[in-house]
Design a protein. Structure first.
Length: 165
């Protein structure tokens, strides 16, 4: 599973003159611009800071809709991506405010902050979620796209969250 060469993008297949069929046929659904955001993506946080998952969800879904792939990617995949980005930002904010070191609970010695490893885990999960979404777009989008993606904007979102914007 996952071994071997990755499939070429639909635009590359079209450029080569090969038969280019969309792998999955989207369901004929009529809907809104962005599906409603579920409550868990906007729930209040214990720290009092705003959870940015709702904003990430809306941006990612709008990006998918602009590519015509919003019906190919499940809402759950976009929700999982949005929550991962949000949790990564929370961990990074805590690391920024408390530093990279923490006190060991029994010995009192300096140890690496647990938020550093949690941040790395969430970043890995975020990248994995995004690569799943982007692979679907790559294989099914018939127009070339060279602009930014919601994934490119995660650092900007982190910086805005630190400023309290």
């Amino acid at each position: 599973m996952g071994a071997g060469r990755k499939p070429k993008a639909l635009t590359e297949k079209i450029a080569e003159g090969r038969s280019a069929e969309v792998m999955m046929e989207p369901a004929e659904l009529e809907g809104m611009d962005v599906p409603p955001v579920k409550d868990f993506l906007k729930s209040p946080q214990k720290s009092g800071r705003k959870l940015v998952a709702e904003e990430v969800y809306q941006e990612a879904y709008a990006w998918l809709k602009a590519r015509g792939c919003d019906k190919l990617v499940t809402v759950q995949m976009v929700e999982q991506y949005a929550m991962s980005v949000s949790r990564w930002i929370q961990c990074e904010e805590i690391v920024s405010s408390t530093g990279f070191l923490a006190k060991h609970p029994t010995t009192g010695a300096a140890i690496t902050s647990p938020y550093v490893s949690m941040s790395q885990s969430y970043m890995k999960q975020t990248n994995y979620c995004w690569m799943q979404i982007f692979q679907i777009v790559k294989e099914n989008c018939s127009t070339a796209y060279d602009g930014g993606t919601p994934q490119d904007d995660t650092m900007e979102r982190l910086l805005r969250a630190r400023k309290g914007m």
